[in-house]
Design a protein around this ligand. Structure first.
Ligand code: ZN
Length: 169
């Protein structure tokens, strides 16, 4: 049985909390991964990190496939190679309604452990590369607005605060 989890929005302190490395892929971790998949599929999102559902563990899922097949479940992911920065539009399930141009690496190689406890390596380009970097950032308590110029970040924060006051966030 899987459950749709509540997605934490900006302002929730869990998004700024450091995550713990997963030392054992037990039933609890597996359930979290499957619940996160179901949660992601209930949204227009293409990636989700554990802190976004309130869990401070190094686990994230990505899915750049439009048909929503073959999602990648990444445990303790690390980027081992990156090259060539390019700008592209990006959103975040924790910032509904906000889309910003962010510079990220165009090509990366990432390593992670899968649910079968096997070490995997993925070479990613373009959009997939962007999603993986965005999700790994979440595991380091980093958010996409951190890349923006200060005036832009402040503008977004003010807008969110206003929405919070009127109960729209
Ligand atoms: Zn995000």
């Amino acid at each position: 049985m899987t459950t749709t989890l509540k997605i934490r929005k900006y302002g929730d302190p869990v998004l700024r909390k450091k995550t713990e490395t997963i030392s054992e892929i037990d039933d609890r971790v597996k359930k979290l991964a499957y619940d996160m998949l179901e949660t992601m599929y209930s949204t227009p999102g293409v990636g989700l990190a554990a802190p976004q559902v309130g869990v401070s563990l190094r686990l994230c899922i990505v899915n750049a496939d439009i048909n929503r097949k073959s999602p990648i479940i990444m445990i303790n992911p690390v980027i081992v190679l990156c090259e060539n920065k390019i700008s592209g539009e990006e959103g975040c399930l924790s910032f509904p309604g906000f889309y910003e141009n962010i510079k990220r690496y165009e090509n990366i190689i990432a390593r992670y452990i899968d649910l079968k406890e096997k070490m995997q390596e993925i070479k990613a380009q373009g959009f997939l590369s962007r999603i993986i970097q965005h999700e790994i950032d979440h595991l380091d308590a980093k958010l996409f607005i951190d890349y923006l110029q200060e005036w832009r970040r402040k503008f977004i924060e003010r807008k969110i605060k206003r929405n919070m006051k009127t109960g729209k966030w």
